[in-house]
Write a protein that binds this ligand. Structure first.
Ligand SMILES: C[S@@+](CC[C@H](N)C(=O)[O-])C[C@H]1O[C@@H](n2cnc3c(N)ncnc32)[C@H](O)[C@@H]1O
Length: 647
């Protein structure tokens, strides 16, 4: 039974499993842990831990004779696949210097994974690599991954490992287990069926170090009962940091597995001897209180706000950015924009302030402001401007300029419906080529993409500036793009799945969720409107950025860059998605993601040097990007060969 659906949809249900010892009575393991214990699944060894291939008697024909496992008939196929995660024998060491042991380990790994595949298990837990080298282990797993059905392999990784070499306990340093994971998955070429299962003990690393894992492919967190504290009434509970970590796992769809013995006064019934349990004990599973506690943490999480719930399906889903200049937007795209009340509230504030600055109170009844909404869509900025006029008592004449003929149809209907005929003139034209009958005091536009200028607002507004009076106001008055390096293995793997370079040289609009933001953002390109008179500055840009990886993060993988924008609409009224200043409750823009063809590993405290270009040609605008240090990457999207925005 899931930990509860908290009233949300099915995608919000979370499951909790339990790690068990080997038993040759699988039906009993299932009944005890799922019926008595109320766990959702077991992580159970498939083979007797004393089994060693080299010790198996050869038959008269010289071939090794199994069985190395019990019969598949003891559970139904659906029980195997829904309720059992196979636990590969933990004794195996594929990098052992003892050759017999190493070969036994290889044989066992292959046999057990083949058996798990035969049972159609959804996942198998691989033991942590032992020692410092894992090359042979990774080689065997990589071979198996090449033709594995769709079973997932979870590599067990302890979140922290005390360094055995340190001189004494007080000076004990922690070995960064991320490095082990990183070596292993690099050797397996970031295979999408290989993930990490993190072992959680009582010690936790720094927040930045932990944060990295949320950009990695982590499927499970194995919470050892040793990491629980005992509350005043003798019940198991977790420290605040552990609680926050578990909540974060829930938020990232990471399954929880309880492991270990019950060591708390209120929880202790002999954990292992469930064959001989009494009738009273049959009502009790030794780890029941731990499960209940985890369930309680899940239940007390704040419900997702409605908008977040709506956006669940978009999490980490790569989309091509809109091309509103080259293409005509569809009705449903306009509808989505128009639902974003916060965006129009900010525009109305900005227009009101600009109007008040432009016309003093004493002239309000005699002067009329000419305001042009350029790229009016179906009219929400026209409405916001008229509301600003009402709010400030300033008289207004509006031109609504729109190049999408379909949106113009709706604009006409809107003007008629609202009785705005005397105030609003609709112009069906591209603002870059329109011959305006008079000049504007205020130009209002929203031509912004997730990266600010990526929907060609600069080029469009250059055209529109011809009909802005000297001293006139543009809303927005400026916008700036931002980037930050991210670990985002899911995004990287989704790009990689296309198996071509061009997808790696494309920027994607995406609601980034499973990612670790490795440093604060830095600004990239700024555009200001109107451009100063006689400013012949082109819209090409080049920026070199230096990011410093925090010292306490540990090493991390950079899969690409998350991009955002912030726009100054007018004076102190801004609108944007840059995380540190993002406009609350605004949902019109997801972030943008610039991938890297080869992820780059960065060390704590090191510098990451990144170059970004905005390039302009007669027919298109495009970005190029690269990493210069610590190791140079190819320049992505040279000449806009893979991704560009049409003029
Ligand atoms: C992002 S939408 C915003 C629409 C509307 N202002 C809103 O806030 O819902 C941008 C609009 O500008 C229009 N547009 C883009 N470039 C334009 C151009 N050069 N001339 C006129 N309209 C343009 C698009 O067709 C689209 O309707």
């Amino acid at each position: 039974m899931p930990l509860g659906d908290r009233g949300g949809d099915k995608s919000e249900a979370r499951f909790c499993g339990v790690e068990t010892e080997f038993s040759d009575d699988m039906p009993n393991v299932i009944t005890f842990n799922l019926s008595t214990g109320k766990f959702d699944f077991v992580v159970a060894p498939l083979t007797d831990p004393s089994y060693r291939p080299s010790l198996v008697q050869k038959d008269s024909l010289g071939s090794a004779s199994p069985p190395f496992a019990g019969s598949d008939l003891v559970l139904s196929p659906s029980q195997w696949s829904s309720h059992v995660v196979g636990k590969i024998s933990s004794w195996i060491d594929l990098d052992s210097e003892d050759e017999t042991f190493r070969i036994d380990s290889e044989t066992t790994l292959r046999q057990e994974l083949a058996w798990a595949s035969h049972l159609s298990l959804q996942a198998c837990l691989l033991p942590s690599p032992k020692g410092t080298s894992c090359a042979n282990y990774a080689r065997c797993v990589n071979q198996i991954l090449q033709d594995l059905s769709n079973m997932q392999l979870w590599l067990r990784i302890p979140l922290v490992v005390p360094d055995d070499d340190s001189m004494d306990a007080s000076s004990a340093t922690l070995v960064d287990s991320w490095e082990t994971w990183n070596s292993f998955r690099l050797m397996c070429e970031h295979h999408s069926q290989l993930s990490a299962a993190l072992d959680i003990l009582s010690t936790l690393p720094s927040a930045n170090s932990l944060g990295r894992w949320f950009g990695e492919s982590v499927r499970a967190a194995i919470v050892n009962t040793d990491s629980f504290l005992t509350n005043g009434r003798g019940y198991p509970c977790l420290s605040k940091r552990h609680q926050m970590l578990i909540t974060r796992f829930f938020n990232h769809n990471i399954q929880i597995i309880i492991s270990g013995n019950s060591g708390h006064p209120k929880a202790s019934v002999d954990a292992n001897d469930f064959h001989n349990r009494s009738v009273a004990d049959s009502q009790r599973h030794p780890l029941r209180l731990y499960l209940e506690y985890v369930g309680h943490l899940y239940q007390k999480m704040d419900p997702l706000p409605e908008q977040e719930r709506f956006e669940l399906g978009y999490r980490d889903y790569l989309q091509s950015p809109l091309q509103p200049l080259m293409d005509n937007l569809e009705a449903r795209t306009y509808e989505t924009f128009e639902k974003d009340a916060m965006k129009y509230i900010q525009y109305q504030r900005a227009v009101s302030k600009a109007m008040l600055d432009m016309i003093p109170d004493e002239e309000a009844s005699v002067k009329t402001i000419v305001l042009m909404v350029v790229g009016a869509g179906r009219g929400p900025l026209v409405r916001a401007s008229l509301q600003a006029s009402e709010e400030t008592g300033r008289k207004l004449k509006v031109y609504a300029v729109e190049k999408n003929p379909n949106a113009v149809v709706t604009l006409h209907a809107l003007v008629k419906l609202e009785g705005w005929e005397d105030t609003v003139t609709i112009v069906s034209s591209d603002m870059r080529y329109w011959n305006a009958p008079e000049k504007a005091d205020i130009l209002v536009s929203e031509l912004l993409g997730s990266f600010g200028d990526n929907e060609l607002s600069p080029e469009c507004l250059d055209g529109a500036q011809r009909f802005l009076k000297p001293g006139g106001i543009s809303i927005p008055s400026s916008y700036t793009s931002f980037i930050q390096p991210v670990t985002a293995s899911k995004l990287y793997n989704d790009v990689k799945a296309h198996k071509d370079i061009s997808h790696f040289e494309t920027a994607y609009v995406v609601k980034i969720h499973n990612a670790a933001r490795l440093t604060p953002c830095q600004s990239v390109f700024t555009f200001t409107h109107p451009k100063p008179v006689n400013d012949r500055e082109s819209n090409q840009r080049y920026k070199k950025l230096h990011f410093t990886i925090p010292n306490d993060t540990g090493s991390a993988m950079v899969h690409g860059f998350a991009g955002y924008f912030d726009a100054t609409l007018y004076k102190d009224v801004h609108l944007g998605i840059e995380p540190s200043t993002a406009t609350p409750n605004m949902f019109s823009w997801f972030s943008i993601f610039f991938p890297l063809r080869t992820p780059i590993c960065v060390k704590p405290g090191s510098k990451l040097e990144v170059d970004f270009w905005r390039c302009c040609g007669p027919k298109k605008v495009w970005y190029e990007w690269c990493v210069a240090s610590p190791s140079p990457s190819p320049i992505h999207n040279s000449n806009g060969r893979s991704y560009w925005v049409g003029l």
